[in-house]
Design a protein around this ligand. Structure first.
Ligand code: ZN
Length: 501
């Protein structure tokens, strides 16, 4: 069995090498590649991904998984060997369920859809993308149909990002959250909005980037195994556990942009850097789901990075760095500015409290479309109605309504958005467990020290990689299944104090 396990690992590592090479080309495309490299680069990445797919679906992988199945099941569930075979089996089956011609057709379709969307959004012309979206919806249902064990048509699509989460469970969880958030947003926005003018002065970009990088280094992002570059749309990518890179963006007249984008990406990156070294190159060497990944970016960006205790320790240094701009701005004013809540149209610009309402809307509309209770022609109106009901504002046009996010125009309809809000909910629950284990975490944070929190996350979450599903990990780490309660308590405590509710 040991020989077979070694054979399986070496085949999977070859596939992983090809995937890493494709990601390096993609990282370069988004950072340093001259524009002329575009067309060839697209082909180069596609070839590497195709080769990786062929490696993964090699019948030899299937035979080894068949042979190793009984052995893996005889091992303890939490053993690395059982985990590797279990996760590899799941990914192999998923790839084999869907014919490769279907995925090739789908990628062809998404690239023309993206082109149409690129023109339709500036022109505010939903009609232009409508026929493409109809086909996307058909293909999304067709993809789902390749999986016979589904309870809901959205389940196989959700499983692509958040394996183990079911449409009906997530819908219930989100409905509970919506009941809490809608009145909370109403109460907060009935008060005058916080003044964030202090963030909108001129801040030299180089100094902003240096400050942000120093903060995330203190959080625990290891620069011997990472680096930071600039991009228009920040992301994190990894080539191995020893090379996990972040990107960020900076705006001279918005101090929050580089600061919080960098913290956000560092949370994703610390997760990948914290995975057990023994998993290198295997399917276990990844964060376990989109929701769990997002929980770590949000934990460092929002729960830590926008907290009063954190800025008690860090604000004097920020003031010293930008003494002209912030010398006369109090900690209270600054803290309120970085936690400003307002009703806004654009998801990616939304604050911590309203953000989830943008996500819940998209998730529910995806389910309605897949179930057939909403037609695509009625989608823009459904979007406006829900914005009005939940956020009290209506987009003046489709550009800032149904056309604003790229997701449905480059991927399936279904499974695209739940990870963002699952991440917020999970972040609250995991942080509460960390605090219960180490009540000194926040005093340390106020001294600019993060080692206890980071170490606890490595030990309890990061090092496991993909060995456990998000659900399993949450129960192991916090002693209970996923619940909105810790996250809602966090929001109410924090914003209750900020807005004296
Ligand atoms: Zn993220």
């Amino acid at each position: 069995m040991e020989t077979k396990l070694a054979q399986l690992k070496s085949l999977l590592i070859e596939a992983s090498n090809l995937e890493a090479a494709a990601r390096l080309l993609a990282w370069d495309r988004n950072t340093y590649m001259p524009p002329g490299g575009g067309p060839a680069r697209g082909r180069q990445i596609a070839t590497l991904r195709q080769l990786a797919h062929e490696k993964w679906t090699d019948p030899q992988v299937g035979r080894l998984l068949d042979d190793l199945g009984p052995y893996a099941e005889s091992q303890p569930y939490e053993s690395d060997e059982a985990g590797l075979v279990r996760v590899a089996r799941r990914l192999y089956d998923r790839l084999c369920h869907v014919p490769s011609w279907f995925m090739a057709d789908f990628y062809g379709h998404t690239s023309v859809t993206y082109e149409a969307w690129s023109q339709a959004r500036p022109e505010n012309d939903f009609g232009r993308v409508l026929p493409y979206l109809k086909k996307t919806l058909d293909l999304s249902r067709q993809y789902s149909g390749y999986f016979s064990d589904q309870e809901h048509v959205a389940d196989p699509l959700i499983a692509l990002q958040d394996y183990g989460m079911k449409a009906t469970t997530v819908r219930d969880l989100f409905a509970q959250l919506r009941q809490e958030l809608v009145p909370l947003v109403q109460t907060i926005t009935a008060q005058p909005a916080a003044d964030d003018a202090c963030l909108r002065q001129g801040y030299p970009p180089r100094e902003q980037l240096a400050f942000a990088l120093e903060i995330v280094r203190q959080f625990g992002y290891d620069l011997e195994r990472g680096r930071m570059d600039e991009t228009p749309h920040p992301f994190t990518t990894y080539f191995s556990i020893g090379d996990v890179r972040i990107t960020t963006r900076v705006q001279e007249h918005d101090l929050s942009e580089a600061l919080f984008s960098t913290m956000h990406e560092s949370g994703h990156a610390m997760y990948e850097q914290g995975i057990c070294q023994d998993y290198e190159g295997t399917p276990l060497a990844r964060g376990t789901s989109s929701g769990m990944h997002e929980s770590q970016s949000r934990l460092w960006e929002n729960i830590v990075g926008r907290s009063r205790r954190f800025w008690e320790g860090t604000y004097p240094r920020l003031q010293a760095t930008f003494s002209q701009q912030l010398g006369d701005v109090s900690l209270d004013t600054f803290h309120r500015a970085v936690n400003r809540v307002s009703r806004s149209l654009i998801r990616t610009d939304a604050d911590e409290v309203t953000y989830n309402l943008h996500v819940l809307l998209r998730f529910d509309l995806e389910l309605d479309l897949l179930e057939g209770t909403l037609t695509l022609a009625d989608l823009p109106e459904a979007w406006r109605a829900r914005m009005e009901a939940d956020l009290g504002i209506v987009p003046p046009d489709d550009r800032d309504g149904v056309l604003q996010d790229v997701h449905w125009y480059t991927d399936f309809i279904g499974g695209q958005f739940q990870g963002y809000t699952l991440g917020n909910i999970i972040s609250g629950q995991i942080y509460a467990a960390a605090l219960a284990a180490h009540p000194e975490i926040e005093d340390e944070m106020a001294q600019g020290a993060f080692g206890t929190l980071h170490g606890w996350l490595v030990e309890n979450v990061y090092r496991h990689g993909r060995k456990f599903t998000a659900d399993e990990l949450i129960t192991r780490v916090t002693g209970r299944p996923l619940s909105i309660e810790p996250y809602v308590r966090y929001l109410k405590t924090k914003y209750g104090a900020l807005y004296e509710l």
